[in-house]
Design a protein around this ligand. Structure first.
Ligand code: IVH
Length: 666
């Protein structure tokens, strides 16, 4: 009996470990999270009944039960070095040239890898069992964080395979996923606990946590990028072969790692990773190039604290600290009131940032943001800059709490809070000058009527000067009045009127989009145009019937009917049509309207501007075939946020990768 129980425990343990390998290393889970949890709890119960069969490397033994007093110091047998840097293509070319000269070669193959933005960790396995884990520390001496590292599920407690070296040190980066970080901070804010400025600090803080039970709750990940001490000579000639072996032992290795030839190959990799950076679920701060040939690495050797055979190529930082000089509110096109922090100018991600959104009142309260505060701001990709965190230690004594206005700062109408919505709204609609301005800007914008030369400032000026009140007024402008505006003159006025005139010929979907109906973006506008084909039919369709159309839910349907129930909106539409706005009848697609004809495209990750179904129908409309999985027949991958294995596979197969914006632009 007891032998049978022991066997059963061992089988369950190995099933769980196998699954962790498939999940974390191969990125290809074989059972669902629920099944995993069930199996895990069954093992816990069995082990409780038969504690004599518990082994150190059982997945149930990841979390110890008591906090530590402090961290022991650990001397690294081989120092943990840092990396030199290049900051531009020229410096990269110099780096490659220097190595070519030293090596007397005409071409060098590099292992190009993402530079993970977390904390360097050394993990020592003895006879295949995780024995010790340490931070990098000053490179020579680090801290013993074994108990904490054991709680990271991606790191195996015992290695796979039979022919294991007696001792093997794996080095890599512990990181926190962006999603995990956001969730952690949200929770911490709610509980009034300490929040972190970024995932790197969160990963570092979690590893330096004296209570491993707390570390266990943090969503940490790990990727190995090199090996340290190893008790026997390994049969590999290259760095990437070594990493592949490490992966086969059950330790995650980043899937973007690849061979690149020369400075040109490296530069291409830098560009490609830069393009997919915002879609990854973890932070990277650049890429790393390492000479792949181990014999050549040895020949090239080291400079003081870093290898001569490797370098980091950084990206512009996505985060910076600055001071909030003021907070005020912005009135959006649909009346939404958004608090905005006016910042002391600071360069983030290569762009000077002076404003950052604070989203809404609740967000200000949760983050406890005050005027005068020193803050972290983040600007990732094309996303609007936001205030991530206040540096409380640097709060000045005279910091001022921001109080949300009760009345619209532009038209003075009392603001409304709508049930279930976090934002305040100005209900005045087009009677509010701010909303009027935004509505006209939207009407003239590129994806709407695309009126060239009608920039935001000019719209504001024309509204302020009383030249226009609605989009329809644009079509009855007096040339002399326009030319009299500040910084205009006759030539500009003539040009503007000409481009307004030529904007009159548009398409029905652009016209619907241009109306600025809440919740009606380009995709919905296109659906309405294609399905209903006539603006008067769109205006008369009931909410019930609208809900029958693809991707239109009850909320959107209600917004549409509300918009067309407003006499004022109907009047403006008639004025626009009277002014001569026209569009062609909706036709069956032509080659020109189908630039993706014959292309097989895969969608992955989460999209922010379209639902998955809309994105798919858009692609089909553009002529593409949409497939579910990536193969060598795939022509393109459209990757949204937090794309996973499909993205990695596509990169490996050299498939063209596009982001959501590309689809939107198309
Ligand atoms: S190799 C001798 N590879 O960057 C070279 N480092 O600035 C040892 N890092 O302390 C490092 N991703 O924490 C290497 N793919 C990667 C990396 C990486 C992130 C970190 C690591 C190291 C620091 C050096």
């Amino acid at each position: 009996m007891s032998e049978k129980i022991q066997k059963q425990i061992e089988t369950m343990r190995s099933d769980l470990n196998d699954n962790a390998y498939h999940y974390y290393v191969l990125d290809d889970p074989t059972i669902s999270d629920v099944e995993y949890d069930k199996l895990y709890h069954e093992l816990v119960e069995l082990e409780n009944q038969y504690p004599e069969y518990i082994s150190d490397d059982s997945p149930t033994q990841r979390v110890g039960d008591k906090p530590l007093d402090g961290f022991k110091q650990i001397q690294h047998e081989i120092p943990m070095l840092s990396l030199g840097n290049v900051f531009s293509e020229e410096e990269l070319i110099d780096f490659d040239k220097r190595l070519l000269d030293l090596a007397e070669l005409t071409e060098i193959k590099y292992s190009a890898e993402p530079k993970l933005d977390g904390l360097a960790v050394s993990i020592v396995y003895v006879n295949g069992k995780l024995q010790q884990a340490a931070t990098r520390g000053d490179g020579a001496v680090g801290e013993d964080i074994t108990a904490n590292v054991k709680t990271i599920k991606a790191i195996p407690l015992s290695l796979r395979g039979n022919e294991l070296p007696e001792k093997l040190e794996v080095r890599g980066e512990v990181i926190m996923s962006r999603k995990g970080f956001d969730e952690y901070n949200r929770q911490a804010e709610l509980l009034g606990e300490k929040t972190f400025a970024n995932p790197r600090n969160a990963a570092a803080g979690s590893l330096r946590q004296l209570d491993p039970r707390k570390t266990a709750k943090r969503p940490l990940m790990f990727y190995a990028y090199s090996i340290g001490v190893v008790s026997e000579e390994l049969p590999f000639n290259t760095h990437l072969e070594t990493l592949n072996w490490v992966k086969s032992l059950g330790i995650p290795v980043n899937a973007f790692n690849q061979i690149c030839i020369g400075a040109l190959g490296c530069q291409k990799f830098h560009q490609m990773i830069g393009d997919v950076r915002s879609t990854l679920d973890y932070d990277i701060d650049g890429v790393v190039y390492k000479v792949n040939d181990l014999a050549l690495q040895k020949k090239l050797g080291f400079v003081t604290k870093s290898p001569r055979w490797a370098t980091a190529h950084k990206f512009p930082a996505e985060e910076a600290t600055t001071t909030i000089e003021n907070i005020d509110v912005q009135v959006g096109r649909t009346g939404s009131i958004t608090p905005v922090a006016r910042l002391k100018p600071v360069v983030v991600g290569g762009v000077t940032v002076t404003n950052a959104t604070l989203h809404n009142k609740d967000e200000i309260r949760r983050k406890d943001v005050r005027i005068g505060d020193r803050v972290f701001v983040r600007r990732a990709g094309d996303v609007i800059p936001e205030v991530v965190k206040v540096i409380k230690q640097k709060r000045p004594k005279d910091s001022v709490e921001f109080i949300m206005p009760t009345h619209c700062p532009v038209c003075e109408t009392e603001l409304h809070k709508i049930e279930g919505e976090a934002v305040l709204r100005c209900p005045a609609g087009l009677f509010c000058d701010a909303q009027r301005k935004e509505a006209i800007k939207h009407f003239a914008s590129r994806k709407a009527l695309d009126i060239e030369g009608l920039g935001d400032k000019l719209v504001e000026l024309m509204v302020d000067e009383g030249l226009i009140k609605t989009p329809a007024d644009l079509f009855h402008l007096d040339k002399q009045e326009v030319s009299d505006l500040e910084r205009m003159g006759e030539k500009s006025a003539t040009n503007l009127l000409a481009s307004i005139e030529s904007s009159k010929h548009t398409s029905l979907d652009k016209f619907i989009y241009a109306l600025g109906i809440r919740e009606v973006g380009e995709a919905t506008a296109l659906t309405l145009a294609q399905q209903l084909k006539d603006i008067h039919i769109v205006a008369k369709t009931t909410a019930e019937d609208l809900e029958e159309l693809p991707d239109i839910g009850p909320i959107v349907a209600k917004r549409i009917t509300q918009f067309f129930a407003d006499e004022h909106n109907l009047a403006v539409i008639e004025q626009l049509l009277d002014a001569g706005i026209t569009w062609d009848k909706i036709e069956t697609p032509t080659k020109e309207s189908q630039p993706l004809l014959g292309k097989t495209i895969v969608l992955t990750g989460s999209l922010s501007q379209y639902t998955r179904a809309t994105a798919k129908s858009k692609l089909i409309e553009l002529g593409a075939k949409v497939a579910g999985s990536v193969s060598k027949n795939t022509d393109m991958l459209v990757a949204g946020e937090k794309a996973g294995s499909k993205l990695t596979k596509a990169v490996k197969l050299g498939i063209e990768i596009k982001d959501e914006q590309w689809l939107v632009d198309l």
